[in-house]
Design a protein around this ligand. Structure first.
Ligand code: GLU
Length: 275
C-alpha cells in the first residue's frame, strides 16, 4: 500500500515538473496555444539578402519572411502579431526545443540528424550547396577546384558539415553568420564562401561586379519549417499552408519579387512531405 502511494506521489511530482517546464523547458506554450491567442514567435535569419534581411529600421524582407508571414496568416495570426527572432544556423534546434520560437523559417535544411531533435513541415524550396568567389577569381570553378583553398561557411550548417566530412583538403573557416563569411571573402582573407546557391545569389546581387557564383550546386538542400518534435497537428497545418502558397501563386510571386533582377530563375515548387 505504502509503496503504491509513494509511487503515485512520485509520478505526480514528475507530471508537475514536466508541466512546469513545458515538457522540455522554455517559454513558448506551443503553436496551438499561441495561435489561439493570435500571436507567434518565428525564428528567421537577419542577414541573408533575398531570403531574410533586417533593415536598419528593423523591418524584415525576403522570401523566407514572405513564407513565414503566409503560414502565420493561414494559422490565423496577422503580421503585426508576429515576433521575429534571429535564429543563427547553429542555434536552431535549441531555439525550437526550448520553446524560444514557435517555428523557424530560415534556410533550414531537412536532415535525418536534425529530425532526431525537431520536426519539419515542407519542404517549401529546394536549394543546393554552391561556391561564391570574388569576380576576378577564375581558379575556383566548382567543388573539384577547392583543394588547399581557404573556404568559409557557417557553424552548424549542412554546407560546413559537408566540407568538413568530404573535403578534408580544404582549409575550412566557420563563422556564426554568413555576413561575417562574405566580409572575409570580400576582404581577401578567404578564397571562397560555401553555402546554398540561393543564399549566395543574394550576396552576389548585393555586390554587383564584386562577387560571383562558381560552378553548379553539388548537394540537395530541402528547406523545411522547423518546429517542435511531435507537434503533428501544427506540422499538418503548416504543410497545408505551404501547399496553399504553391497553389494560389503567392509562392512564385514571392520568389520573383525577392530575386528580381538577380538573374536567378525560380524553380518549380517541391512536393510537401507528409510523414
Ligand atoms: N540550408 C543549410 C542549412 O540548413 C545552409 C543554410 C543555413 O545555414 O541556414 O544548414
Amino acid at each position: 500500500m505504502r509503496i503504491t502511494r509513494a509511487l503515485q506521489l512520485g509520478i505526480g511530482a514528475l507530471a508537475i515538473a514536466l508541466a512546469a517546464t513545458g515538457c522540455g523547458g522554455g517559454g513558448s506554450k506551443g503553436i496551438a496555444e499561441n495561435t489561439a491567442a493570435g500571436k507567434l514567435t518565428i525564428g528567421v535569419k537577419f542577414d541573408q539578402p533575398g531570403l531574410s534581411l533586417r533593415d536598419k529600421d528593423g523591418s524584415l524582407s525576403g522570401f523566407d519572411i514572405d513564407v513565414a508571414k503566409y503560414i502565420a496568416g493561414k494559422l490565423g495570426v496577422t503580421e503585426d502579431k508576429i515576433t521575429f527572432k534571429e535564429a543563427p544556423s547553429a542555434q536552431r534546434e535549441t531555439l525550437i526545443q526550448n520553446g524560444q520560437v514557435d517555428f523557424i523559417v530560415g534556410t533550414y535544411s531537412i536532415t535525418d540528424q536534425r529530425k532526431q531533435k525537431v520536426d519539419f513541415g515542407g519542404p517549401y524550396y529546394i536549394a543546393g550547396q554552391s561556391l561564391l568567389v570574388r569576380a576576378d577569381n577564375n581558379e575556383i570553378t566548382g567543388p573539384d577546384t577547392i583543394k588547399g583553398k581557404k573556404v568559409c561557411s557557417v557553424k552548424g550548417s549542412t554546407p560546413a558539415q559537408n566540407l568538413e566530412k568530404n573535403f578534408p583538403d580544404v582549409s575550412l573557416q566557420t563563422y556564426d553568420t554568413y555576413s561575417l563569411c562574405v566580409e572575409a571573402l570580400k576582404a581577401g582573407s578567404m578564397d571562397a564562401m560555401s553555402t546554398d546557391d540561393v543564399i549566395l545569389a543574394g550576396y552576389a546581387a548585393q555586390s554587383p561586379g564584386q562577387l560571383k557564383l562558381a560552378g553548379k550546386p553539388f548537394t540537395t538542400e530541402k528547406y523545411g519549417v522547423g518546429l517542435k518534435k511531435g507537434d503533428t497537428e501544427s506540422r499538418g497545418k503548416i504543410n497545408d499552408a505551404i501547399e496553399a502558397m504553391f497553389n494560389d501563386g503567392a509562392w512564385k510571386a514571392a520568389l520573383e519579387k525577392n530575386f528580381a533582377g538577380t538573374g536567378f530563375q525560380p524553380p518549380a515548387p517541391p512536393q510537401v512531405e507528409r510523414y
